[in-house]
Design a protein around this ligand. Structure first.
Ligand code: GLN
Length: 275
């Protein structure tokens, strides 16, 4: 008797949902098709392709890299090992960003360290009138982000460089957002789960975890219009420190917001401007 597709659905080495997702990916068919065709004969090349992905998953590779995509703010973003995998926790940063510019027409927005482009593109899609610029130090990441902007028909200007080095001098923004690397270099979390496969430079600053957050706060005044906002994502235990950085730099209305797990995940403030 020839094997059926069903035999793969019974793979007990992986969680059932992951088995289905990998099989849908290999067959390039949606779930409904899979359930209706589970007694179809299993082609040897399909079985082999599934097994190759299952082996990689068993070795710990993130599902998002195996499938080549991850959903964020309701949009499908292409992801590769050149970029951090978008996290649901980061949606609070996008929602806050959209609130910040809700009353303004054609707001100028800067996303520093855009990676897959998830933040910048989600803002650009929610606000078609916004002028969104997004930077990254990694050319490979920018290629992924530009591909996502193209696929999702978002209008974003991409610039390459480290933090504000990428931004043309004299360019002013109504809002700056960033999800920078904020994991301390000695955090054991870096050796566990999905993050082992993500770009190290997107996760850790190679120092105490606050280094890039400090840089972003310190340089913001040169690119924020009076009354403009700066919001950054940070680690579960960094909210107080980041509020301190913002207050010391002269930001007003400094506060934090919680992520889906109830953890203070983003902090920001308004730039009062000088004179
Ligand atoms: N939230 C990610 C993690 O803990 C880190 C993302 C980042 O450094 N910006 O895995």
């Amino acid at each position: 008797m020839t094997a059926q597709i069903k035999s793969l659905l019974l793979d007990t080495r992986l969680p059932r949902l992951e088995v289905r997702m990998l099989l849908e990916h290999v067959l390039a068919k949606p779930r409904a098709w899979l359930l209706a065709h589970d007694t179809d004969p299993l082609a040897p090349d399909v079985a082999a392709a599934y097994e190759a992905l299952a082996q990689r998953r068993l070795a710990g590779e993130p599902m998002a890299y195996l499938l080549g995509q991850r959903e964020f703010m309701g949009h499908a973003f292409r992801v590769t090992p050149d970029v951090l995998i978008p996290r649901p926790d980061t949606e609070v940063l996008v929602e806050t960003a959209l609130e910040c510019v809700a009353g303004q027409s054609a707001p100028a927005v800067l996303d520093l360290g855009t990676g897959s482009g998830a933040i910048a593109i989600s803002i650009a899609l929610a606000r078609r009138d916004a002028r969104v610029m997004a930077s990254d130090v990694s050319a490979a990441a920018l290629a992924v982000a530009a591909g996502n902007a193209w696929e999702l028909t978002a209008s974003v200007r991409f610039v390459e460089g480290s933090w504000y080095d990428a931004v043309p001098a004299g360019e002013g923004f109504d809002l700056i957002v960033s999800n920078p690397p904020y994991v301390a270099s000695d955090d054991p979390h870096l050796g566990q789960g999905d993050v082992r496969f993500e770009p190290r430079g997107a996760l850790t600053d190679g120092a105490d975890g606050l280094e890039d957050l400090r840089r972003i706060v310190a340089g913001a005044h040169r690119h924020l219009k009076p009354g403009a906002a700066l919001w950054m994502e940070h680690g579960w235990d960094q909210a107080e420190a980041v509020r301190g950085l913002l207050a010391a730099a002269g930001f007003a209305d400094v506060h934090s917001r919680r992520d889906l797990a109830g953890i203070e995940r983003i902090s920001g403030g308004r730039w009062p401007g000088r004179g």
